[in-house]
Design a protein around this ligand. Structure first.
Ligand SMILES: CC(C)(COP(=O)(O)OP(=O)(O)OC[C@H]1O[C@@H](n2cnc3c(N)ncnc32)[C@H](O)[C@@H]1OP(=O)(O)O)[C@@H](O)C(=O)NCCC(=O)NCCS
Length: 141
């Protein structure tokens, strides 16, 4: 089976692979390559899974954080054909074990209801009760 390695920086071709992965998700379709480059430049931590031979990006997620109190995990994706082989687990292990995130008080994420079982494996839980996530939509993507 093809070996996959974890990287924390993407090459130009891998940025284009990421753009293609975004086009395949309902929540990120239409993101432009230019905006994806801006996003990567300003994300606190980036995690990519790349094929050892060829270097194609087949898994990705990223974190925005202050490295002290709060971090938010975004864009967890494994390419079609690679799902169900433990790559999602590698991404979440990498995030939850990252030395620069160990001292952060709280890691949050937003996900569809059917995804909660996946994130619960790493100790994420749905807060009960009185707090609501609010948002101000300002454009596509
Ligand atoms: C969600 C996703 C990242 C999981 O990646 P994956 O490589 O298929 O997951 P893995 O093979 O590493 O699975 C790890 C574990 O999570 C479980 N799992 C996978 N998807 C799950 C789900 N939707 N709900 C509950 N558990 C799930 C697996 O059964 C496995 O459990 P085990 O190790 O205890 O046997 C992948 O399916 C994906 O990219 N989906 C489309 C994009 C998406 O919806 N991202 C989430 C945005 S919030």
């Amino acid at each position: 089976m093809e070996t996959v390695e974890l990287v924390e920086q993407l090459s130009d071709p891998q940025i284009e692979d990421l753009w293609r992965l975004y086009q395949g998700q309902w929540w990120s379709q239409g993101r432009s390559l230019e905006a994806v480059r801006v996003m990567l430049a300003h994300s606190s931590l980036v995690f990519g899974l790349v094929e050892e031979s060829g270097g194609r990006l087949v898994g990705f997620c990223r974190v925005l954080t202050d490295f002290a109190f709060r971090a938010t995990l975004y864009d967890v994706m494994v390419a079609d054909g690679w799902q169900g082989r433990g790559l999602g687990r590698r991404l979440l292990d990498a995030v939850t074990q990252h030395p620069r995130l160990k001292q952060v008080s709280l890691i949050g994420l937003f996900c569809a209801p059917e995804m909660t079982g996946f994130y619960e494996k790493w100790g994420f839980e749905t807060p009960s009760g009185d707090h609501k996530w609010m948002r101000r939509a300002q454009g596509p993507g």
